[in-house]
Design a protein. Sequence first.
Length: 253
Amino acid sequence: MNKRKVYGVIFSLCLIIVSAAGISSIGFKKDIETKETEQNKTSQSDEIASNTNTSAYSEEFVAGLNESYSQTENNVEALAEEPQQTDEIPVITQEEPETEVVMEEEPTTTVNATEETTPVFKYPASGEIVMDYSIDKAIFDVTLEQYRTNDSISISATKGSDVISAADGKVADIYTDTENGTTVVIDHVNGWQTTYSQLEKETAVSKGDNVTAGQKIGTVSAPSSYSVLLGDHIDFSVAQNGNTVDPKTVLSK
């Protein structure tokens, strides 16, 4: 065998070895690429599965939250509808029993005069008292020859002598009757009133006139048949708010 044939065989073997090595390299490379592709697919599948699980978990979690919120809202509405109880103790009021008011009747007898409400009264005529004031017990009336009460005083006075107003006031009435003769009534302050009887029919004042203390209102007349045994006199009475008062307690000395 010559050298050329030897070299030719060696070269052919080298080509065969190189070709085999290339094929092996290509196959190995393909194996690596195939494995990488499979690993990538596996990784993607795991990621998709993971995402799917995460999504499913999120939906279940959200659903649970919604259900808890709904229960809480229902509980709040139920509490709002329930009547609220308080610790306050109800106050029980008891109506007071009605009491009967008994009105006392005003006394029809005399009242005590006081300086604050009493005008200063003058004696309407000058003379002695021939029949006194007495309403608490009966006194003897010489003309009628009987015991009786008396709500005025009889002052002895000469027929025709002047009779004066005991205090400032206004003539409330003038009248004449068989028992008292002519009578003049004068109103004063604070409900006080004075009455003058056994006067002449011709008086010095008229009803409605204003008079002053000491002013002449009339003259003494002859006594009526009901008091003739007392002699010439005037009957003088004092009252406050309709209740008679002993004239001696309010007349100035």
